[in-house]
Design a protein around this ligand. Structure first.
Ligand SMILES: CC(C)(COP(=O)(O)OP(=O)(O)OC[C@H]1O[C@@H](n2cnc3c(N)ncnc32)[C@H](O)[C@@H]1OP(=O)(O)O)[C@@H](O)C(=O)NCCC(=O)NCCS
Length: 171
C-alpha cells in the first residue's frame, strides 16, 4: 500500500472486480483504458509482469479508479503504465497525477525500473497534460496507434525516465 497526500494505492484484489466492471462499462473509459484491462480471472494478467492497484481517496477510503504497471521487463528496466479514474466527479482535481507519482516512485525505487512508457489517444488532452505534470515527455506520434471500433486512432507515446538515469542518457 502506498500513501500520498490525498490518495492511496492498494493492490487490486479479486473482490474489486465488480467495481472495475462498473467503471469499464463506460464506453469512453473502455476506450481510454485500451488494451490494459486488469482482470482477476487471469490473476491481473501475468503476475510476474503486471501490477495493478486500486486508487482510493485517503479521506473516507472511497475507491475512485485503478492504475498499474504492465509488461514489466526487469532485464530492460521498463514497463508500461495505465490509469483510469472511474469516478468522473474525481477528474480535474489532481488525483490522477498524484496516483501516477506514487506508481512511478514504486517503479523506480522498489522495482528498480529505469523507464516507464505509455500510449495515449492524441485527442485525450486531459491525460496528456496530467502525464506532463509528472514528467512524462512525448516521444513519438503513431498515426494509427490502435484500431478502435473499426477505425484507426492516432496515439502519442510518452515516457518517463528514472531520476537516477537522467544524466546517463547518451544521444
Ligand atoms: C487522465 C486522468 C488520469 C487525469 O487525472 P486527473 O486527476 O483528472 O488530472 P488533473 O486533475 O491533473 O487534470 C488534468 C489537467 O488537464 C487539464 N485539462 C483538462 N481538460 C483539458 C483539455 N480538454 N485540454 C487541455 N487540458 C485539459 C486540466 O486543466 C489539468 O491541468 P492543470 O492542472 O495544468 O490545470 C483522469 O482524468 C482519467 O482517468 N480520465 C479517464 C481515463 C483516461 O483518460 N485515462 C488515461 C489513459 S492514457
Amino acid at each position: 500500500m502506498f500513501s500520498g497526500e490525498r490518495v492511496v494505492l492498494q493492490p487490486l484484489a479479486g473482490n474489486d472486480h465488480p467495481l472495475l466492471r462498473r467503471w469499464l462499462a463506460d464506453r469512453e473509459l473502455r476506450k481510454y483504458a485500451g488494451r490494459w484491462r486488469p482482470s482477476p480471472r487471469s490473476g491481473w494478467r501475468d503476475p510476474r509482469r503486471d501490477e495493478a492497484f486500486l486508487i482510493l481517496l485517503r479521506v473516507g477510503n472511497r475507491p475512485i479508479g485503478f492504475c498499474g504497471l504492465f509488461g514489466i521487463s526487469f532485464d530492460e528496466g521498463t514497463a508500461e503504465l495505465g490509469i483510469v479514474l472511474g469516478e468522473r466527479d474525481c477528474w480535474g482535481q489532481g488525483y490522477g497525477p498524484e496516483a501516477v507519482r506514487l506508481l512511478l516512485d514504486h517503479a523506480y525505487r522498489n522495482r528498480g525500473l529505469r523507464q516507464i512508457s505509455l500510449c495515449v489517444h492524441a485527442t485525450n488532452r486531459r491525460a496528456i497534460r496530467a502525464y506532463e505534470k509528472v514528467g512524462f515527455v512525448p516521444e513519438c506520434r503513431l498515426r494509427i496507434g490502435r484500431w478502435l471500433f473499426g477505425r484507426g486512432v492516432e496515439m502519442i507515446v510518452m515516457s518517463s525516465v528514472a531520476p537516477a538515469e537522467q544524466k546517463e542518457i547518451r544521444r
